[in-house]
Design a protein around this ligand. Structure first.
Ligand code: ZN
Length: 412
């Protein structure tokens, strides 16, 4: 009997040891990426022939030359351009065509699942969602985290807060309603709050002289609630005065900024507010303006956006406003998130600076400055590779052939 217990005991110890070893093995899984050209930190010069050593979900070191370690998996990117995973800092992952009134929760869920795959495959490993229609995106995020579907790291901003309750907006109308809406949104899981402080671009009241739509005490209430729960606030703002209004408060980012003036840009620099201009939206705005079926008044309104937005971006850049890239993309353009980066370059922002805005600045905006945005020792292994250098020709940003997120390979 004594012998039996001893054997049983030994068996338990042995299996515990082998289980621990197996786990350790898994945690220590090492991949080495041999990078022909490596842009570790956007804005700096890329290096040739480097090895990125990834253990588990982290970058543990970067070595010159092509290093090999016994038992490690080699990822051969010797003829590729390797850089940190890209960010889309303003996207609508689970929203179909904005103007489709028939879209329901099933459409949004399906959109979320399809877009998640497309966005990740395009090399965008982290996104900030700034406006869903309902709570389906939270379920998509759970499914990505559980490994049931694939997608980028999604930072959800809940449903947009505006003055009226609508298909894609929750009501903030008077202090009590603003407090309740903001608190409810955070309770549901929003990690950002987005407010619509001017009319939407598709409305004529979003013109240069258009009115801010909130009262000061309403914005103050939203900011107070968000601050209480340590949630940052993003503000949709097209008009000159809505930008000046929201910049009086502790907001973290200003979206669109179409008609803002230098005074607003100075405030952004002073308060370290990050600008997300959403340029690639203009492709559709321009198509609408040039469509002969568009109402002439609306076509003129749309053209003003197309003409002004690039000037605003350039002016903000020249003044030194911190800028991040975000597409404002929806179902129809997920997977072409690189268009924003190309638009910046077309506008006149240097390529290396644009890549910095799509990585380092976006990581800072989303609170990942210490963990993402560059390929450096200790950071999370979000690494992409493409055929050809985007520094030489920006369109190479479309040719992403390798995607690693959190140490796991999704595309090779
Ligand atoms: Zn948006």
């Amino acid at each position: 009997m004594k012998y039996f217990f001893k054997t049983l005991m030994l068996f338990f110890i042995m299996s515990a040891v082998s289980y621990a070893q197996e786990n350790e093995q898994k945690a220590r899984e090492v991949s080495i990426i041999h990078a022909g050209t490596l842009l570790s930190i956007a804005g700096e010069e890329p290096l040739k022939m480097q090895s990125i050593i990834v253990e588990g979900n982290k970058i543990i070191s970067i070595e010159a030359g092509y290093v090999e370690i016994a038992g490690a998996r080699i990822v051969d990117m010797r003829d590729k351009f390797v850089m940190a995973g890209l960010f889309d800092s303003h996207i609508h992952m689970a929203e179909r065509d904005l103007n489709n009134p028939l879209a329901n929760a099933a459409d949004h869920a399906l959109m979320g699942v399809k877009n998640s795959r497309k966005v990740l495959m395009a090399g965008f490993t982290t996104v900030r969602d700034l406006g869903a229609r309902d709570d389906t995106l939270y379920k998509v995020i759970d499914a990505i985290e559980d490994g049931e579907i694939i997608g980028p790291r999604i930072i959800p901003g809940g449903i947009i807060i505006g003055v009226e309750s609508r298909a894609n907006g929750r009501e903030c109308n008077g202090i009590e309603s603003c407090r309740k809406t903001t608190r409810d949104m955070i309770k549901e899981g929003a990690q950002w709050i987005k407010i619509r402080s001017s009319c939407r671009g598709g409305q004529l009241c979003a013109n240069e002289d258009g009115p801010p739509i909130f009262f000061d005490d309403e914005i103050q209430t939203i900011i107070d609630v968000a601050k209480k729960y340590k949630i940052p606030v993003a503000t949709h703002s097209h008009t000159r005065d809505s930008s000046l209004q929201v910049l009086k408060y502790d907001i973290r980012s200003l979206e669109h900024g179409t008609f803002m003036k230098e005074e607003a840009m100075d405030m952004m620099i002073e308060k370290d507010v990050i600008f997300v201009p959403t340029m690639s939206n203009l492709d559709e705005t321009s198509a609408r303006a040039h469509n002969p079926e568009t109402d002439p008044i609306f076509a003129t309104h749309s053209m003003k956006f197309v003409e002004r937005q690039p000037k605003t971006l350039l002016k903000a850049y020249e003044k030194g406003v911190k800028i991040a890239t975000g597409t404002d993309g929806r179902g129809r353009n997920a997977g072409t998130n690189y268009r924003e980066i190309e638009y910046f370059v077309r506008t006149g922002i240097p390529i290396s600076e644009t890549l910095k805005m799509a990585t380092i600045n976006s990581a800072e905006l989303l609170g990942f400055a210490d963990t993402l945005g560059t390929i450096e020792e200790g950071k999370l292994a979000d690494i992409i590779a493409m055929d050809g250098s985007p520094l030489e020709k920006i369109e190479n940003i479309r040719k992403v052939i390798f995607v690693m997120k959190d140490g796991k390979i999704y595309k090779e």
